[in-house]
Design a protein around this ligand. Structure first.
Ligand code: NAD
Length: 257
């Protein structure tokens, strides 16, 4: 599929799903803006490496997605935003009555409010360009709950709701807005949890994956970063033109339960 001439802005894209999605768009010919809150030589090298590999224009723009002004400035600095992927996200696990207020505020700001601010800034650019795609990386936790993840589940449910509203407000325009809801995706973040979980439960790493980490994921397989990237790219295809205001689950059957 050809996304040549389009610019994709992917928040939180110096690792994991965001980086995979950015690479997927570059492979489809789109120019790509990478982002995170850090500003290291490695961050900028990720962008130059993608440019060299896929022959597209890339930039790395530092912006802290917990800061509303920085969210809007990211889109302004990008200059063009045909495809907006709201991916930046963090997690914290604790019971509601012990959940640190600053963690709650940070998760709501980064995982939910940032998508509001970037979308608000990007829609005028999409309207001027006559085409746009807003793709929110929600989660199976945008549709289902788990204990100890109050802020994350609230934020991801919020992202699903926001996606529906943006879809309705843009329904008569060549713009769509959807949420992708992955189950557990094999990212460095998840990888790091496997040995610790095995140790904690006194079981093998294989058992830790099947019985603990993928407890709710009936396929007992991780979703891959490339699969999420493939869904994001599909949402930019002509076939997906009438797909708007919905969720696409990639969770090995989690949300069927
Ligand atoms: P990750 O930690 O590899 O990626 C998170 C990204 O967000 C990183 O690039 C990080 O730098 C960035 N980020 C964090 N705080 C930021 C801030 N203040 N400003 C800008 N960027 C910031 O994790 P991931 O697994 O790739 O997660 C990406 C998204 O996918 C998140 O929204 C997460 O909730 C969602 N998700 C992940 C899984 C999974 O199993 N890994 C499943 C469902 C949904």
């Amino acid at each position: 599929m050809q996304l040549k001439g389009k610019t994709a802005v992917v928040t939180g894209s110096n690792s994991g799903i965001g980086l995979g999605v950015a690479r997927g768009f570059a492979a489809a010919g789109a120019d790509v803006v990478l982002n995170s809150f850090t500003d290291s030589p490695e961050d900028h090298r990720l962008a130059t490496d993608i440019a060299a590999e896929f022959g597209v224009n890339t930039r790395y723009i530092q912006a802290d997605m917990s800061d509303p002004d920085a969210c809007r400035a990211l889109i302004e600095k990008a200059g063009a935003c045909d495809i907006l992927v709201n991916n930046a996200g963090i997690q914290h696990v604790a019971p509601v009555d012990e959940f640190p207020v600053e963690k709650w505020n940070a998760i709501i700001a980064i995982n939910l409010s940032s998508a509001f601010h970037t979308t608000a800034a990007a829609l005028p650019l999409m309207r001027a360009a006559g085409w746009g795609r807003v793709i929110n990386i929600a989660s199976a936790h945008g549709l289902r709950a788990s204990p100890f993840k109050s802020a994350y589940v609230a934020a991801k449910h919020g992202v699903v709701g926001l996606s529906k509203v943006v879809a309705l407000e843009t329904a008569r325009e060549p713009i769509t807005c959807n949420a992708i809801c992955p189950g557990y995706v094999r990212t460095p973040l998840v990888d790091a949890q496997i040995p610790d979980t095995a140790k904690e439960y006194g079981i093998s790493e294989e058992e830790a994956i099947e019985k603990v980490i993928l407890l709710k994921q009936p396929s007992k397989e991780f979703v891959s970063v490339e699969q999420v990237a493939g869904i994001a790219t599909f949402l930019c295809s002509d076939a997906a033109e009438q797909i708007t205001g919905t969720t696409i689950s990639a969770d090995g059957g989690w949300s069927a339960q």
